[in-house]
Ligand binder design. Structure first.
Ligand SMILES: C[S@@+](CC[C@H](N)C(=O)[O-])C[C@H]1O[C@@H](n2cnc3c(N)ncnc32)[C@H](O)[C@@H]1O
Length: 391
């Protein structure tokens, strides 16, 4: 959504766009604590656009190291240009005070708690504080390197084979991009396909496939992949990615709930549509737009997709169910519900399979990550995966 808003804006220069994105994302990441900080400085609630402008100013002052005169000047100017000149004096006074006292005041606040909506904080349980701290940091750029290709210079090789670059690195500017040497994929997102084991020569259906990061992993591992995706524009994107990577896969534009393969597959990878709370580091707007009812509706869709996947598999075939969600309702609960409905056995991931990322293995043998893992190396997205065998 943040990306779509930027697409619709008049900001066209890539550097201006990157700065605007960084300012908006930083504001969204710290919105709860900055709102709390501003509260005692405002005698009455200002109109929404003024409140937003103040938050942008506080983000610049306290989190982006913008010099105070520049931060205050930009916001005052913004208000004047938006027909909100009567609030320029207030913004000037409040932001000057924030520049003097803000850092100290912030230390007295529980930022991790305030920067996450209450429903998510309680849903994340004992993981909430670690997740929230992880969300305060900008996500690095993770690349999956095509087998045989060389990783661009400047990256850090992570234990799973992903190569990591500092936040803000532009993938398209890296050496080897045009030649298709790599694609962007968070270290956690690269794991589900690995957990399918050896797929060389196997028929694998990739359900909900675009933009194709996992399809590319399957294709490079030698699987005969059929990628099924409902959105035509997203299939086009997948095909463009595959052309750059010089990979091949059969693509089908279809609803996975209706489409049937001509013959049963050995494995199905279902990367189901979800609340995407696992990608909050990259999309902090999701923090404030998702609601508990969205998760309920998505969970129903996930059950339906799991049932549809069963019809595509041969008996004994594997379903690798994955979601980039931190919510129990979209992860462990869906797997337990599937086993209860019947027709599946849950096959836990073994310690060996997850030896390179042992922190991600739950006692039940699920794969589960969150932004508070591998903090020293820059964290990771939240992902859930489980293996079900069709009986
Ligand atoms: C989480 S994304 C998939 C990411 C992808 N697997 C990857 O690794 O790049 C979910 C995708 O599922 C697609 N989708 C949602 N519902 C679908 C359905 N019923 N049938 C097919 N595709 C669907 C969405 O359009 C979206 O592209």
């Amino acid at each position: 959504m943040l990306e779509t808003t930027l697409d619709r804006s008049t900001v066209s220069d890539p550097r201006d766009r990157a700065s605007a994105h960084r300012l908006a994302a930083t504001t969204l990441r710290h919105m709860g604590s900055m709102t709390e900080l501003l509260q005692p400085m405002l005698r009455r609630e200002p109109p929404e656009p003024v409140r937003c402008a103040l938050l942008l100013g506080v983000a610049q002052l306290l989190h982006l190291e913008t010099p105070p005169h520049a931060a205050v000047g930009t916001i005052v100017d913004l208000l004047r240009r938006r027909g909100l000149a009567p609030f320029a004096g207030l913004a000037n006074a409040v932001l000057r005070r924030v520049s003097r006292e803000g850092k100290g005041l912030l230390e007295g606040l529980d930022e991790a708690r305030l920067d996450v909506p209450a429903w998510l904080w309680s849903a994340w349980g004992s993981r909430a504080r670690a997740i929230s701290r992880g969300l305060h940091r900008e996500a690095p750029l993770d690349l999956t390197i095509r087998p045989g290709a060389t990783a661009p210079e400047g990256g850090e090789l992570l234990p799973t084979g992903t190569v990591r670059y500092p936040a803000g690195t532009r993938m398209t500017a890296l050496e080897g991009f045009e030649e298709g040497a790599f694609w962007a994929q968070d270290v956690a997102a690269a794991m589900p396909v690995r957990l399918l084991g050896d797929v060389n020569g196997k028929c694998v259906i990739d359900l909900c496939a675009a933009p194709g990061g996992k399809t590319a992993q399957l294709a490079t591992a030698g699987a005969k992949v059929t990628a099924v995706e409902r959105e035509e524009t997203r299939v086009t994107r997948l095909q463009e990615n595959f052309a750059r990577l010089k990979l091949e896969a059969e693509t089908v534009v279809a609803d996975a709930l209706e489409w049937k393969p001509s013959e049963p597959a050995d494995a199905v990878l279902l990367d189901a549509p979800c609340s995407a709370t696992g990608t909050l580091r990259r999309h902090p707007d999701v923090l404030w737009v998702k609601r508990p009812r969205d998760v309920v509706a998505l969970a129903e869709g996930q059950d339906a997709l799991i049932d549809a996947a069963r019809e595509m598999l041969r008996p004994g075939g594997t379903l690798l169910y994955a979601v980039c969600s931190l919510q129990d309702e979209e992860g462990p609960d869906r797997v337990r519900a599937a086993v209860e409905r019947g027709g599946w056995t849950h096959e836990p991931f073994t310690e060996d399979e997850l030896s390179m990322m042992s922190a991600a293995r739950t006692p039940e043998g699920f794969f589960r990550t969150h932004p508070g893992l591998w903090v020293e190396q820059g964290g990771m997205d939240g992902f859930f995966a489980a293996r079900l065998i069709r009986t």
